[in-house]
Design a protein around this ligand. Structure first.
Ligand code: ADP
Ligand code: ASP
Ligand code: MG
Length: 405
């Protein structure tokens, strides 16, 4: 079957009965134009947070299996409400949860990875001219436990479904017009981008732009599925993400930021070979990802070793390091939760020198102190005190003139 489009609607797009009716209209228009449509929905805005709070009121560290059963339930409500709304408009529609749809994952509750999407079930539904409205975010494992794909995971559900159906395009409807040069809710000068490569979007998502869950971009890139981000509140083409290079590549295409990380410092470790491995091995053995790393050599043959991890793992990381302290003969361990990471991203940086000096110069002019730096071919990230986050984003946006085409 050709002419298949997958449309995903996020929380704000299905936040109320009125919004659901508006979404049904968008889906209806796509069907009327001759396409087959599979729909994926998130929970109504705020619902997943409410469910998480509820679970935590019963158990501070909720049982992972039951936690996923609770937090995935919001999607079932919005899926059925949207199917009802489509039926009211005269379309033959049915809601499906992950189990009914054959959406198989592994068993890592809270961050499950997709194993298989049963395209037979979906093809069959589409061939009968039924519009499936599928719960995003949820899956089930080999033992039929309900799992979830991590926050923002409905994007990934939609892409996985689009890939399995060999869809023409996966459309991610949200509350902004597309992907912008930075979060338009932080800076009103942010400009909508008409096009991005997978590579650029991967960097933006991994560095904090929550408009797409990173795994959805990885998946789309792997299968060369065109992704389009657009607004369910009225859109003007949105942002298309595919593998085509931009003809006139921007040096910097966007600025991303995150407050998700914590900075961990272990003071006065002996400056001898093998120390970095000794510090980082037990952390990676515990399944904790380390991001930015800095090592400062002090004068007395010791170094201060600093790195960042996700805030959720700050406690566990500092406990691991406490155990190591004696063995290393090192000093204090410090945990700083009051940081943010701001990054400039752009494919054109590959062939352009001077981005770093311009970035550091602009931050210096605002007296913003850079605590750590990390670079790759197409991004530069700096770790700053949290209070400078918004100022840094605006300053860099102005410095690279991202409001101009
Ligand atoms: P949904 O509920 O539709 O999945 P999300 O809240 O997950 O929506 O993602 C949309 C939000 O992403 C926007 O409201 C915006 O605040 C944020 N965002 C962050 N960076 C960007 C960016 N570069 N472009 C567009 N939106 C961004
Ligand atoms: N409802 C889930 C969340 O809030 C999944 C999603 O919105 O994509 O994270
Ligand atoms: Mg989202």
């Amino acid at each position: 079957m050709s002419n298949i489009i997958v449309q995903k609607f996020g929380g704000t797009s299905v936040a109320s009965p009125k919004r659901i009716e508006a979404v049904a209209k968008i889906v209806g228009q796509e069907i009327d134009s001759g396409n087959h449509v599979a729909v994926v929905v998130s929970a109504m805005a705020g619902e997943t947070n409410r469910l998480i709070d509820l679970a935590k009121k019963i158990q501070k560290k909720p049982d992972p299996r039951e936690f996923d059963a609770v937090v995935s339930s919001g999607e079932q409500v919005s899926a059925a409400l949207l199917a009802m709304s489509l039926k009211k408009k005269g379309y033959n529609s049915r809601s499906y949860n992950a189990f009914q749809m054959g959406f198989k994952t592994d068993s890592s509750f809270g961050r499950a990875r997709i194993r298989k999407v049963s395209e037979e079930i979906l093809q069959d539904v589409l061939e009968k001219n039924i519009v499936p409205v599928i719960t995003g975010f949820q899956g089930f494992d080999d033992e039929n436990n309900i799992t979830t794909l991590g926050r923002g995971g409905s994007d990934t559900s939609a892409v996985a479904i689009a890939v399995s159906l060999n869809a023409k395009e996966c459309q991610i409807y949200t509350d902004v017009d597309g992907v912008f040069t930075t979060d338009p809710n932080i800076y009103d000068k942010a400009r909508k981008l008409d096009h991005l490569t997978y590579e650029e979007m991967l960097e933006l998502s991994s560095l904090g732009a929550k408009v797409l869950q990173i795994r959805s971009v990885e998946f789309a890139s792997k299968y060369k599925l065109p992704l389009r981000v657009l607004s369910s509140f009225g859109s003007n083409g949105g942002t298309l993400i595919n593998s085509n290079d931009n003809l006139e590549e921007a040096v910097v295409s966007g600025i991303a930021f995150t407050s998700n990380e914590a900075k961990i410092t272990i003071r006065k470790v002996p400056d001898i070979p093998g120390v970095a491995a000794k510090i980082l091995s037990p952390i990676s053995d515990a399944g904790i990802e380390v991001d930015v790393i800095v090592q400062n050599v002090a004068s007395d043959n010791t170094t201060d070793f600093t790195f960042t991890v996700h805030k959720d793992f700050a406690d566990e990381t500092s406990k691991i390091l406490e155990k190591l302290r004696k063995e290393l003969g090192s000093g204090e361990i410090e945990v700083d939760l009051d940081i943010c990471k701001v990054s400039v991203v752009g494919n054109g940086m590959k062939s352009h020198a001077g981005v770093a000096s311009k970035m550091f110069g602009a931050l210096a002019d605002e007296a913003i102190n850079i605590e750590m730096i990390s670079t790759s071919e197409i991004k530069i990230s700096v770790v700053l005190e949290e209070k400078y986050k918004e100022l840094a984003v605006r300053t860099l946006h102005d410095a690279f003139e991202l409001d101009k085409n």
